[in-house]
Design a protein. Structure first.
Length: 78
């Protein structure tokens, strides 16, 4: 259902996932099975996060921007 939902916004070709070797492994696996290239994204900087507060939407946008800009270039663990 997640992939269907994400594709409702456009064709999903790449995704940034945090923690692909641990808690993000299941998500990365599902995305790969649907032909989506998965990149490991870095956790948000803790000092910035303390100042701005925890925000899942902000973290998601940061992950997307890092994939789109090419700064998230590590292929996710399998």
């Amino acid at each position: 259902r997640l992939v269907t939902w994400a594709n409702s916004f456009g064709c999903l070709k790449r995704a940034g996932v945090e923690g692909t070797g641990t808690y993000g492994a299941g998500l990365a696996s599902v995305l790969r099975k649907h032909g989506i290239e998965v990149f490991e994204v870095n956790r948000p900087d803790r000092s910035k996060r303390r100042l701005q507060g925890k925000s899942d939407p902000t973290d998601a946008e940061s992950a997307a921007r890092s994939v789109l800009s090419g700064s998230a270039n590590a292929i996710a663990k399998t």
